[in-house]
Design a protein around this ligand. Structure first.
Ligand code: ATP
Ligand code: MG
Length: 420
């Protein structure tokens, strides 16, 4: 136990980290292009934030949160998702008083106590973003297009954009009643979780993964048929916007999303290439969340995208993430004096921004050469006693095997020139 990471967590090892850096760097770039700035919120929040924000009838709050009391008896929860914290921060710092909209993005670990499987972990990572302050459906289109462009840039080709409208509190009441009326005769056949949802949150029954329940809801009434004029118009605007950008989508009236806060637009990017955990990105509009958390009524829209699932998809699509540059320079030394000279040169190479290493394990010369090859050094510099006496070093290009004698005083400049 001591030497196993907790169930549902994974080390990201140094030889794999380049993939994460790649995905994160590209996400940062795209966000920047769209005018978003990064926000970093704490890894944990007051439990109440998620109960209120995510909704206490959701699976996340009821079953999946990592909640504990701190030493002063406060109930604390590790972030199960990103939006609630960003909203809390927006209210706390009165960001709504600035020029709107506010555009934030984040790269975060999330924690959910779930049954681990491929693409489903207990600690996972998300990139995500939020736009606050505008009811305009252009913002929804903006957010969806970022998700689309990012997945496209990451070589994910087979993913389907599914959109829906989950309405607003005004039109949802009538729908809720219609849905309950439809489900009531089947109540006893529903799974236990959905029986519980029947009163608390009946729309979530549409999203149940049990095949029996899916069969029952097959002909259930749909929110889209109950939208009020305002929500109906908004949904048309989103579809028009996506069409104008040439972004393909399908309307999926069964998307309800797992979080309570959504209003109007709800969307998912789904792939069938990575098994059951096919939803790589989910998001939508949440026009009441800021007010719910204690701020002034402020609309918002955003998404979260799972990095682990994205990496699985990139692999399934055969996308080759470029491996990082190997080492620029390895310095092989013979004798104590050469060692000190090597240390001085390596220090100057580092100051010049060139990656350079020398042996730290007292290897003999042959061992040093083998080690340099293993590190994939582009150049090796050899300083032996004879070289040191003559004030030179042997510089070897490991690709062409060409060897040149270079003055020790010039070696840093020469390597700067070659590695530029
Ligand atoms: P699912 O239906 O697969 O449980 P979800 O609706 O709970 O997903 P969201 O809360 O919308 O997911 O989170 C956004 C994204 O975060 C998901 O689309 C997915 O890529 C990722 N994600 C969610 N839960 C996990 C998890 N346990 N492990 C890995 N990634 C996850
Ligand atoms: Mg889930």
């Amino acid at each position: 136990m001591l030497t196993n990471a907790p169930k549902g967590t994974k080390d990201i090892l140094p030889d794999q980290i380049y993939k994460w850096h790649f995905v994160e760097d590209r996400f940062r770039k795209i966000c920047k292009a769209y005018g978003f700035k990064e926000i970093r919120t704490p890894m944990f929040e007051h439990t109440e934030l998620f109960q209120r924000g995510v909704g206490d009838t959701t699976d996340i709050v009821q079953k999946e949160m990592y909640t504990f009391d701190d030493h002063a008896g406060r109930s604390i929860t590790l972030k199960p998702e990103g939006t609630a914290s960003v909203v809390r921060s927006y209210v706390e710092h009165k960001t709504y008083a600035d020029v709107q909209p506010t555009k934030d993005y984040y790269i975060i670990p999330c924690f959910r106590y779930e049954k681990p499987q491929s693409g489903r972990l207990r600690e996972f990572h998300q990139v995500g973003l939020e736009i606050f302050g505008t009811p305009d459906m252009l913002a929804d289109c903006d957010v969806i297009s970022i998700g689309h462009d990012f997945l496209d840039e990451m070589g994910v080709k087979d993913v389907e954009l599914r959109i829906n409208s989950v309405g607003c509190p005004k039109c949802r009441a009538a729908y809720r009643k219609a849905l309950q009326d439809f489900l009531r005769p089947h109540y006893d056949e529903l799974c236990e979780t959905c029986q519980d949802r029947f009163e608390r949150n009946p729309m979530r029954i549409l999203d149940c993964k049990s095949p029996e329940d899916q069969e029952i809801v097959k002909d259930a009434p749909l929110m889209l048929d109950y939208l009020c004029e305002d929500c109906r118009k908004a949904f048309e605007e989103v579809k028009d916007g996506l069409t104008a950008m040439g972004i393909d989508f399908v309307v999926d009236p069964k998307i309800v999303r797992g979080l309570d806060y959504y209003t109007k637009t709800a969307f998912e990017f789904v792939s069938n290439k990575i098994g059951a955990q096919g939803t790589v990105c989910g998001g939508g509009r949440y026009d009441n969340l800021v007010e719910e958390i204690g701020g002034p009524a402020t609309p918002g829209v955003g998404f979260g995208l799972g990095i682990e699932r994205l990496l699985l998809l990139m692999e399934a699509n055969g996308y080759e993430i470029p491996e990082p540059d190997p080492l620029d320079v390895f310095i092989t030394v013979m004798g104590e004096k050469a060692k000190l000279k090597g240390l001085d040169i390596i220090h100057r190479l580092h100051l010049a921004g060139i990656s350079a290493q020398m042996d730290l394990m007292s290897r003999n010369v042959k061992g040093q050469f083998k080690y340099a090859a293993r590190l994939g050094a582009r150049y090796t510099v050899v300083i032996g006693e004879d070289e040191l006496d003559r004030g030179v070093a042997q510089l070897k290009d490991m690709d062409s095997h060409e060897q040149t004698e270079v003055e020790l005083d010039d070696i840093v400049e020469e390597l700067k020139r070659r590695t530029r």
